[in-house]
Design a protein around this ligand. Structure first.
Ligand SMILES: [Zn+2]
Ligand SMILES: [Zn+2]
Length: 403
């Protein structure tokens, strides 16, 4: 053995200046810890490609040094590549209870569930991996149970924020650990890696509670069916839809496989509270008066095979959008999806539906911090060095200027 290597390195295997397929690694001496392993969906310039995943050749070549995968939260751009990584390296996966639920769905699909070591953690966990001690803090985002990560290394403390915003009135009382972040900052942070998705947007991110108020108002006004489409993983938003349905005496049908799967995980693990008997099957919709029905469906990004698109073309067996129904698009289109979404909106209007869509209607807020949120993180952490991550190049650049 040669003398001990004390080099500390951080590398991005998913590409630094790209949104999607997030994957970062921290190495100290002979220990490598992987943070997240996402995928990215191809755009129309990549015909014939199903999925883009990080290149893990380096990790394969250093197999014996890779000790753990830590997952900050359950979005596809952070977990979508995990099955492909695990097929090459069987390493233990650390994540919170809800995140693990979503990872398990994926591993089941790839028949990897049995041989994978999944370890549930919460924000109080403390892991020792080689000479690195790993701790966590809760952050707000658009999915429950998100973590930021602190790595204590012999060279200094490194913080990875995960995806975050600051929500001072979070749904289901899921407060972020601002006090803990301040303590970490006071102790000293050598390097901060912070997400940059909304670094171009001035101000602070609005609270998820705002969406709940708008949804409630729309439900109260509606005198027929209400159909709402959002990201299945945004369980806090789903909770607010459930609350609005309860208040207006509606039963709730779930359309779309991912909606059904994710809601099931959320109920089972205690992240979503649905009154007994509220959820009905799609075929029961027509047995009820329309003012007693709400539908929660996938397809808010205009995906042609998802429920909302099929409803708009009259191709969802047994469920119809009728004149006078209310359709709510409670999600902002991801750049590139605008055209597909506006086609659906057109078709829904043609069916005579009352469609609530677009920004400014309060039916969507971002899960990523705006400039004031990013500044607050920088202020709390007071890092010596800073690397903006998670964003297109211009966003990383803006984040750097803010810092
Ligand atoms: Zn995310
Ligand atoms: Zn992300």
């Amino acid at each position: 053995m040669n003398s001990k290597d004390e080099t500390l390195s951080i590398f991005a295997l998913g590409g630094l200046n790209e949104v999607g397929k997030n994957m970062y690694c921290i190495q100290y001496a002979n220990d490598i810890i992987v943070i997240d392993c996402g995928n990215k969906f191809p755009d129309e310039s990549l015909l014939g490609i199903d999925l883009i995943i990080p290149d893990v050749t380096f990790l394969e070549e250093n197999k014996e040094n890779v000790k753990a995968l830590i997952v900050t939260h359950g979005h596809e751009d952070h977990i979508g590549g995990i099955p492909y990584l695990l097929k090459k390296l069987n390493i233990p996966v650390f994540a919170t209870r809800f995140t693990l639920g979503l990872i398990e769905l994926k591993l089941e699909e790839h028949k990897l569930l049995r041989e994978t070591k999944l370890i549930e953690i919460d924000s109080d966990a403390k892991l020792t991996i080689g000479e690195i001690i790993v701790e966590f803090f809760k952050v707000n985002h658009s999915i429950p149970d998100c973590l930021g990560v602190l790595f204590r290394t012999p060279q200094g403390n490194i913080v990875h924020t995960g995806d975050f915003k600051f929500d001072l009135t979070p749904v289901n009382e899921q407060y972020s650990d601002i006090h803990k972040m301040a303590r970490i900052g006071a102790e000293g942070v050598l390097l901060l890696l912070s997400e940059s998705t909304n670094a171009e947007r001035p101000g602070g991110t609005p609270s998820e509670k705002m969406v709940g108020e708008q949804v409630m108002e729309a439900f109260i006004k509606a005198d027929q069916k209400v159909i709402l489409s959002t990201f299945a993983s945004n369980i806090n938003r789903v909770q607010q839809v459930v609350d609005a349905a309860r208040r207006t005496n509606r039963k709730l049908a779930l359309l779309g496989r991912s909606m059904i799967n994710v809601v099931e995980v959320a109920i089972e693990r205690g992240y979503l509270h649905v009154p007994e008997g509220m959820i009905i099957e799609a075929h029961e919709i027509n047995e009820l008066p329309p003012e007693q029905v709400a539908i929660l469906c996938t397809g808010s990004q205009g995906e042609p095979l998802a429920a909302l698109s099929r409803l708009s073309t009259g191709n969802f067996r047994g469920v119809e959008v009728l004149a006078g129904d209310t359709v709510i698009l409670a999600a902002g289109p991801i750049p590139g999806n605008e055209k597909a979404v506006s086609k659906i909106v057109d078709r829904l209007f043609a069916l005579g539906a009352h469609v609530i869509y677009g920004s400014g209607k309060g039916m969507h807020v971002s899960g990523h911090g705006y400039q004031e949120d990013l500044k607050l993180m920088l202020t709390l952490m007071k890092p010596k060095y800073f690397i903006p991550i998670h964003g297109e190049y211009r966003m990383l650049h803006q984040h750097r200027l803010l810092a």
